[in-house]
Design a protein around this ligand. Sequence first.
Ligand code: HSE
Length: 421
Amino acid sequence: MSDARQYKIGLLGCGTVGGGLVELVNRNRSLIRERTGVDLTFTRILVRNLDRERPGVDRNLLTVHPEKVINNGCDIVVELIGGLEPARGFIRNALSRHKHVVTANKALLALDGSSLLGAAAREGVQFGFEASVCGGIPIIHALQNGLRGNKIHSITGILNGTCNYILSRMEDGFDFADALREAQQKGFAESDPSLDIDGDDAAQKLKILSELAFDGSIGSGSVETRGIREIKAGDVLNASRHGYVIKHIAIAEAREERVSLRVGPALLPKSHQLAAVRDENNAVLVNADAAGEVLFYGKGAGSLPSASAVLSDVIEIATQRKADLRVPTRSLDTVQGKEGNRSYLGFTVAHANAVFSIPSMLESCGVSVISSDVSSDNAGKPNHIGIFADAPVKRALRTALHSISDLGLSQGKPTVVTVAC
Ligand code: HSE
């Protein structure tokens, strides 16, 4: 197409996602030109280290000076550095120069999303963040557009690819540390993987989705957050024997004028829609008043899936098809989420007798033991007990766990995973 309109991208960051964006634009440039009449090019690309090998990236475009990217004739600034600073300063600088901005920065959006959207609206520019949640799954777009006429009742999702990868590998018999190492080697994990395994990454993503779904800003610290650190391969096997999988689940529910948000491990029956989501895949189940249940599934992490999401924002903005910015105008109150009574409890036992003492301690505190599975080491000595228990009063379970720990019946932190209702 000879009359294609040039559209110039200033790119901040050329790591996993930035490199993926360059590769994807190079690969699909003519296809995009034919479909949209827009010819995408990069003006400059900000990197930290000019000497690093970056196959497929034109070295002449690289710079270590942010100003040369932001203030050098580009139409749009794409921020793929991540983290709070200097990314926030770069974005604010770009907005103040009336540049459209696209970012994948979930940490920044979870903390400061409303104010950045407000700044973009004041400058009369667009602000895209599809890549901040669930990599290649167009869930932001779905909430902003496809489900726009719906009242959203709830969102239930697997939002962290690293946790899902680790738990999937543990189903295959790997231990936690080896599974995490693999996720790091494959590039899914954050540079500080505690953000993944302690649940903060999923909490940030749930907050971003919830602000869109429930039309309001949500205060920081409003997501009840638990990770998967204490889960052992034995717990995953015990769950499986009883017909469950352990997943790291994010749940946001509208409760009258309030919302509850929580992320943490949960036992799902193997028949649940999210139970079959394995490896680094993500899934989001949206319950909406008109559309009913809508399930989104796909790769939630990785270079090209995330680049696909960035590129969709860039193309929408370049072709002026992006929906109006929805800047939250109210704050949402949060309330504690409701959990079911049944839990799975996993203990590494301190001595052989503890396999009897732990269930009787639970019972004596008012927690009903439904079943228990004892595992032994190679010498036949009991080393782990997995218990399904009902605790109608949560305080009873807390008291029992404290007593078990105080009496030295178990080693380390027990695994406590609620069975999803
Ligand atoms: N560390 C993130 C994950 C990357 O594992 O889901 C994608 O946001």
